[in-house]
Design a binder for this molecule. Structure first.
Ligand SMILES: [Zn+2]
Length: 262
C-alpha cells in the first residue's frame, strides 16, 4: 500500500519517460497497480488540462498501448470510460505533510506496549491523511489490517492483529464499525484543537513507509535512510549499510555498468 501526499507530482513522474530510455514508455508499464494509477492520470488530465472525458479516454488508451504490448481495448474499455467520466469527482490530493501533535503523542506514550503504540500511531497518521484528503472524513480509515501492521513494522498473526485492535477499542483509542467484514475504524484521539500554539505539530509526516520505524526513531532509537529511495531502515551491524533491500541490487547493477563503461 502506498500513501501519496502529492498526487500531481506522482502523476508527473509516472508520465515521464522511464529511465531505461525505452521510447515513449511511461512509468505505467512498471506500475504494480495500473488501475489505481489510471484513475489518478485521468484526474490529472481533467483538473490540470481541463480535457473532456472523451479526450481523456483517448489519452488513456494511448498510454496503455505504449505501456503494454498485449493491451486489449476490449478488456479495458469500460474501465477507461469510467476513469474519464469520474475524473472530476475528487480533486487531486496535495499536502506537504501530515502533522502529529504533542497531545496525540502523549496518548501514544501512555500505552504500555511498544507494538500497540506503533499500530495506534500508524492508524492516527492514516486518519489525519484521510481527513486532509477528503472533507467530512471525520477520522475514519478503511485499510486492510495487514497493511496497517506492515506500515507500523509490527509482525503479528491475524489473531494477534484482531486482539490488538480489540485492545485499542477497549481503551477508547479507536471505534470499530459494527458491520461484519467491514474494516472501517474511527480513530478517537485525533487532536482537533484549532490553535497551533495549543498543541503545535511536533512531527511532520512526509513518508508513510515504515511509520513504525519513524515512531521508534522519534522515541530515540537509531535508524538510517536508504540513500537511493529514502526509506527508513535499521542500520547495518558494521555501519556500512547504505541501501534498502529493494534498492541494493539495482544500485549494484548501475555501479557495475559504470565500471564496465570505464
Ligand atoms: Zn531504497
Amino acid at each position: 500500500m502506498q500513501i501519496i501526499l502529492n498526487e500531481k507530482e506522482h502523476v508527473k513522474q509516472l508520465l515521464n519517460t522511464s529511465e531505461d530510455g525505452s521510447h515513449g514508455r511511461s512509468g505505467l508499464c512498471k506500475s504494480a497497480r495500473p488501475a489505481y494509477e489510471l484513475r489518478l492520470i485521468a484526474r490529472y488530465y481533467a483538473q490540470e488540462y481541463q480535457l473532456t472525458p472523451h479526450k481523456i479516454y483517448l489519452k488513456l488508451i494511448e498510454l496503455m498501448e505504449n505501456a503494454y504490448d498485449d493491451f486489449s481495448i476490449g478488456t479495458w474499455q469500460n474501465f477507461l470510460l469510467d476513469c474519464a467520466r469520474d475524473a472530476l469527482k475528487r480533486p487531486l490530493v496535495h499536502m506537504d505533510f501530515v502533522p502529529v501533535t504533542a497531545r496525540e503523542l502523549n496518548v501514544l506514550a501512555a500505552q504500555p506496549e511498544k507494538p500497540v503504540r506503533r499500530v495506534a500511531f500508524s492508524m492516527l497518521c492514516l486518519a489525519k491523511y484521510r481527513n486532509q484528503a477528503k472533507e467530512k472524513n471525520n477520522d475514519w480509515i478503511n485499510y486492510a489490517y495487514r497493511d496497517i501492521f506492515k506500515m507500523a513494522n509490527v509482525s503479528a498473526t491475524i489473531r494477534e492483529q484482531c486482539q490488538m485492535i480489540g485492545l485499542l477499542c477497549d481503551r477508547g483509542l479507536i471505534h470499530m464499525n459494527r458491520i461484519v467484514d467491514n474494516l472501517s475504524l474511527r480513530v478517537l484521539f485525533v487532536d482537533h484543537s484549532s490553535s497551533p500554539e495549543e498543541s503545535g505539530p511536533i512531527l511532520k509526516i512526509t513518508d508513510f513507509r515504515n511509520l513504525g520505524y519513524l515512531y521508534r526513531m522519534y522515541s530515540g532509537e537509531n535508524f538510517i535512510r536508504c540513500e537511493n529511495c529514502g526509506i527508513l531502515m535499521k542500520p547495518g551491524k558494521n555501519g556500512r549499510k547504505k541501501y534498502c533491500t529493494d534498492c541494493a541490487p539495482i544500485v549494484n547493477v548501475l555501479k557495475q555498468r559504470q565500471r564496465d563503461a570505464k
